[in-house]
Unconditional design. Sequence first.
Length: 153
Amino acid sequence: MQIGISHPGIVNKLVLISSFYKKDGAIPGFFDSMPNATLDNMPAPLKTAYLRINNDPKGLQAMFEKDKGRMINFKDWSDEDLKSIKASTFIICGDHDVVTPEHAVKMSHMIPNAQLMVLPGTHGSFIGEICTAEPNSKMPEMTVAIIEEFLNR
């Protein structure tokens, strides 16, 4: 979204998955929990995947602190920011996601040329995210096919 807002001339399409532009677009308590978050709160599959690529616990801690800081310091974007997006935009979220479906609907109404898809599932399950993927689900394949169709239009 930031690139679409700041550099509209270089972006022709956006796919926004589980995205919010205001803190109140997240489920209750999401941002309140961030100041107290520790590396112990990070899901084990994510830690394992990081360490498989970079076997440096200090690097993992640094990445965690950067992500935590990004959430703690998140500043709402204005409605005008979203309305300024020129790129065709595909907004996707789950019906039990971190972003509320109502917020995704609001975003889809503000961004010109936006389309919205709300899928059954939790945060990332519909794209096969390692912590929420459902075994043998066809949902990630279907989601990718629909995204590809959007991008190829």
